[in-house]
Design a binder for this molecule. Structure first.
Ligand code: KIV
Ligand code: ZN
Length: 503
């Protein structure tokens, strides 16, 4: 079976999702997880676009090993130079040059003629090839480009040294059969196409990103560009997990494979959702909360008799071990706990496991009857978070009601000392934040706040995501607890600790 190269662009196109801005630390966390997932190429950002993006690409290039790290550049020397500098520490690097080729983009955006585009494509690829071995070229808006012109640009880019030609459906306009045919025609009409890997990059404006990618694969594409949870510009990109699981589940038909460790998929999806603050819709294929749940009586009956009646994939194939995710409870021991974490792909030191088990797990199990995979993921993510906990919540008491002024008393610990303050507020959460501000001396302004249940049931953990403005910076925070006021206070402290860490 042929291997399809998985090019992940969560940190570049995915980060272009409205509201999904990721700082360097978060990008690094995601990049390490993408490496564990087994992506072949990781597009870490667009270095010229901002100093933060430059730094993030540089850090990923320095720290994340075993795969190709890629940086995006327009067909402009200063972009290509910036990408080259940012990628410098990577052992395997790729510069991805893009240039629009459709009439619409040429006329209204670039105001350039065909001949000039052809010249720029060739010059920029040659320029990039002088800096790095591995160059990818994308004729932006390829699916709306005149075919004859597209063939000429692709041929010229390959002749100039591009090893990968990526065909973007930039505005998600293509229909699968049509897009598949375009790929077949490129292969038939570009004389030197055998010297390059043909790639596709499909947006999801009509909900066809994955279908178009699969049609392209069926017609000879060797690489797909995709993102975790389908994040990306506007309606997003083709989702990595959907493409990979389609290839795996229907390898009888598609006859292709990938290097992806599918058991890492669920964890990766959760991490990306947490760090971007963009929730996954419950009915999302593969990673949605309902993706492996059966509600109808006839379906439940069928699954109980034989899973294959209504399940085409096993939950454990994507890293959800047990249907419904029920794994541990109050009476589970350390051994079962650590085995469970190992199976979920977390490789922690014995000291980390002890801390997690005797402190966090026991505490949670006292509050919550059933502990699901999602709960364990949340526990681990909080434990291995790289931000030092300068301020830690020790105790919280709130009084609230529709006839009293909400009031909170907060006790925090820092460097071995305990501090306590009280405050009233517009609500119990506001009162907590004001009391925290009094202790830390940092005045935060809440810009955004959202809460979501991590698991199901009355005792589900609430997960709070928020955005705080403090000391002229905007910082995100997140935390979870069975008590939503506690989760809110801890999420606020998470943001404050990040602010102090960055300083
Ligand atoms: O959608 C697009 O065309 C892109 C290119 C930069 C590949 O993201
Ligand atoms: Zn794109």
């Amino acid at each position: 079976m042929d291997k399809i190269i998985i090019f992940d662009t969560t940190l570049r196109d995915g980060e272009q999702s409205p509201g999904a801005s990721l700082d360097t630390q978060k990008k690094l966390e995601i990049a390490h997880q993408l490496a564990r997932l087994g992506v072949d190429v990781l597009e870490a950002g667009f270095p010229i676009s901002s100093p933060d993006d430059f730094r993030a690409v540089q850090m990923v290039a320095k720290q994340v090993k075993g795969l190709i790290i890629c940086g995006l550049a327009r067909a402009i020397k200063k972009d290509i130079d910036a990408a080259d500098r940012a990628l410098h520490p990577a052992r395997r690097k790729r510069i991805h040059v893009f240039l629009a080729t459709s009439k619409i983009h040429l006329k209204y955006k670039l105001k350039k003629a065909d001949a000039e585009i052809l010249r720029l494509a060739v010059e920029s690829v040659k320029y990039a090839r002088n800096l790095v071995e591995d160059v990818e070229f994308s004729p932006e808006d390829a699916s709306r480009t005149d075919k004859e012109f597209l063939f000429r640009v692709v041929e010229a880019a390959i002749a100039a040294g591009a090893g990968t030609i990526n065909i973007p459906d930039t505005v998600g306009y293509a229909i699968p059969e049509e897009f598949g045919r375009l790929i077949a025609e490129i292969r038939e009409n570009v004389s030197n196409i055998d010297r390059a890997v043909l790639s596709v990059h499909c947006h999801n404006d009509l909900g066809l990103g994955v279908a178009n990618s699969l049609a392209a694969i069926a017609n000879g594409a060797g690489q797909v560009e995709c993102t975790i949870n389908g994040l990306g510009e506007r309606a997003g990109n083709a989702s990595l997990e959907e493409i990979v699981m389609a290839l795996r589940t229907r390898c009888d038909y598609l006859n292709k494979t990938t290097n992806i460790r599918t058991a890492e998929i669920y964890k990766t999806s959760r991490l990306v959702s947490k760090l971007t603050g963009i929730m996954v819709q419950p009915n999302k294929a593969i990673v949605g909360q309902n993706a492996f749940r059966h509600e109808a009586g006839i379906h439940q009956d069928g699954v109980l008799k034989r899973r294959v009646t209504y399940e085409i994939m096993r939950p454990q194939d994507v890293g959800l071990e047990v249907e419904g995710g029920l794994v541990l409870g109050k009476h589970s021991g350390r051994h079962a706990f650590s085995e469970r974490l190992k199976k979920m792909g977390f490789h922690l030191s014995p000291a980390q496991i002890d801390k997690l088990f005797f402190q966090r797990f026991k505490q949670l199990a006292d509050k919550k009857k059933e502990i699901f995979d999602e709960d364990l993921i949340t526990l681990v993510e909080e434990e291995i978070s790289v931000t030092p906990k300068v301020w830690q919540l020790v105790e919280l008491t709130v009084a609230s009601g529709n006839k009293v002024t909400p009031y909170a008393t907060i006790k925090l610990k820092s460097k071995g000392k305990t501090f306590s303050k009280s405050s009233s507020g517009d609500g119990p959460v506001d009162a907590c934040y004001k009391a925290i501000d009094k202790i830390t001396g940092i005045k935060g302004r809440l810009l955004d706040y959202s809460i979501q249940a991590v698991t199901r049931g009355k005792d589900a953990q609430g997960e709070v995501h928020l955005l705080v403005q403090a000391k002229g910076k905007e910082i995100s925070g997140r935390s979870s607890s069975t008590d939503i006021i506690e989760a809110s206070a801890k999420a606020y402290l998470d943001a404050i600790n990040k602010l102090l860490y960055r300083k």
